[in-house]
Write a protein that binds this ligand. Structure first.
Ligand SMILES: C[S@@+](CC[C@H](N)C(=O)[O-])C[C@H]1O[C@@H](n2cnc3c(N)ncnc32)[C@H](O)[C@@H]1O
Length: 209
């Protein structure tokens, strides 16, 4: 229902395709990167759910601004709770990825434990970026709603929020719905793949109370 109502809002129009091809998410990233000229921008890229680091490295490798900052958050011990029937607590456990780019940092632990201290320490740096890219790829409702609520005070018009499992009703979608209904923020869909499984949003307005 939400998809049918909102697909016409997409900034980058694309047909809805009933695919479930995970590699299409890189096309989505590419579209967003090119549309907003993110290669040279000074970005603060915050990724929640890093696992082996595929998406984290994708963004790190494509942004060329030396002042950009990339932070990746994960337990690195897998999901803290079951996600649906097939992904049990502890699945997706990975060692912290190896990177040589000094702009990237990883924060190991539950977001619920690492994010508040991170914000306290890095809020100026995050605020000073030209654009913040928030990548929600934790799959879980609990993790996603926590992250969005914590980051709300740092968000500015023009920022980008990516979801990797957006159309899962009781998880990322539920968090998105509650966030947009209970905070003073308006998000506009930019682009999607896999029938809104992966979606990018633009912060169109924030703090508009
Ligand atoms: C789908 S994987 C991330 C995939 C990754 N972005 C990629 O490019 O392939 C989801 C990750 O979220 C992490 N995660 C979920 N909830 C978390 C939480 N509350 N705190 C820390 N990590 C969490 C899990 O440990 C898992 O590694």
């Amino acid at each position: 229902m939400w998809i049918l109502k909102n697909k016409k809002e997409l900034i980058i129009k694309s047909p809805l395709k009933l695919t479930r091809d995970y590699s299409l998410r890189y096309e989505l990233y590419d579209q967003v990167k090119n549309h907003y000229q993110l290669e040279q921008s000074k970005v603060s890229y915050l990724e929640f759910g890093v696992a082996a680091g595929f998406s984290f490295k994708w963004w790190l490798e494509r942004n060329k601004n030396e002042q950009s900052f990339f932070a990746g958050f994960d337990t690195f011990e897998g999901l803290p709770e079951d996600w649906g029937m097939h992904f049990k607590k502890g699945s997706m456990s990975n060692a912290i990825p190896e990177i040589s780019d000094k702009r990237g940092l990883f924060f190991k632990g539950l977001f619920q434990n690492t994010l508040p201290g991170f914000i306290e320490r890095y809020s100026e740096q995050i605020k000073n970026a030209e654009i913040r890219i928030i990548h929600c790829d934790a799959d879980l409702y609990s993790a996603t709603i926590f992250v969005l609520s914590q980051l709300y005070p740092l968000l500015k018009k023009g920022d980008i929020i990516l979801f990797d499992e957006f159309n899962v009703p009781m998880h990322e979608f539920k968090a998105f719905k509650e966030f947009t209904e209970n905070f003073y923020i308006r998000l506009k869909p930019i682009a999607q793949v896999n029938t809104f499984y992966q979606v990018a949003f633009l912060v169109e307005e924030v703090n508009m109370a």
